[in-house]
Design a protein around this ligand. Structure first.
Ligand SMILES: [Zn+2]
Length: 250
């Protein structure tokens, strides 16, 4: 890790008034949550259930709940890492206005962050596609693991109950995307971490930030789509980088 880059970023953070963090899977790998879409990741071995199949076919719903309940056991025990905790501190003590995340693991909130926009929803909750009923996911996953049955919506007893996440083939929530774009437009520093910025809207949010005058800084282990477009790129571990910056600032 180049100490010059760390110094530059520390100075940028110190002078910024509206920092917006944009985080992806790489933010949570230090918490033991694998990046499902990376090469060798889970989605190269297990076929995710498409939203249309979930809607139309009971067997697909069963497969969905099987995968999600297994995954829930995996990350139900995951804890926020030093990177999550730094961002929560920066919201309190520095100019961090909020976080936009692609992650569905709820670890930013678990670390104490208040302003978090989850563009892919959250796997910590389930939602009824008919009546909008929402609840913590734990009991429904436990029910599935115990009974091997797809749980029904306890509120309307007719709608399909699904994790409150955006599945493959399911459109993003327009209101959530609008809130994310609005937040990004206020940024004077857009801090992108742990995402390769390939899929939408991840690909366009940094462009929007720059168009509205923000500096763009990318911290990621691998190269991203927007490296040449960024003001600063740090190719290193996120938790380690943020911890080094905080040490420099305090
Ligand atoms: Zn319902």
């Amino acid at each position: 890790m180049s100490s010059t880059n760390i110094e530059t970023l520390a100075e940028t953070i110190q002078t910024a008034r509206h920092i917006v963090a944009f985080t992806g899977a790489g933010m949570s790998t230090d918490s033991g949550i694998p990046d499902f879409r990376s090469p060798g990741g889970k989605w190269t071995q297990v076929k995710p259930v498409m939203f249309q199949d979930f809607i139309s076919d009971h067997e697909s719903r069963y497969e969905y709940w099987r995968q999600k309940s297994e995954g829930f056991e995996e990350f139900g025990t995951a804890e926020p890492n030093a990177g999550h905790r730094m961002l929560a501190t920066w919201e309190k003590e520095r100019g961090l206005s909020g976080i936009v995340t692609q992650n569905i693991d709820g670890l930013h909130q678990a670390a104490g962050s208040k302003s978090v926009i989850e563009i892919h929803g959250t796997a910590r909750e389930v939602q009824c596609l008919r009546c909008g009923f929402r609840d913590k996911a734990d009991d429904y996953c436990k029910y599935f693991l115990r009974e091997q049955k797809v749980p029904a919506c306890p509120a309307c007893n007719a709608g399909l109950l699904k994790h409150a996440t955006i599945s493959f083939g399911q459109p993003l929530e327009a209101s959530v995307l609008k809130a994310a774009t609005a937040l990004v437009r206020t940024a004077d520093l857009m801090l992108v971490m742990g995402t390769s910025l390939v899929v939408e809207p991840a690909a366009s949010l940094p462009v929007t930030a720059k168009q509205y005058g923000a500096k763009l800084v990318i911290v990621n282990r691998d190269a991203t789509q927007h490296d040449s477009f960024a003001d600063l790129v740090i190719r290193d571990n996120i938790a380690k980088t943020l911890t080094a910056i905080e040490a420099m600032l305090s």
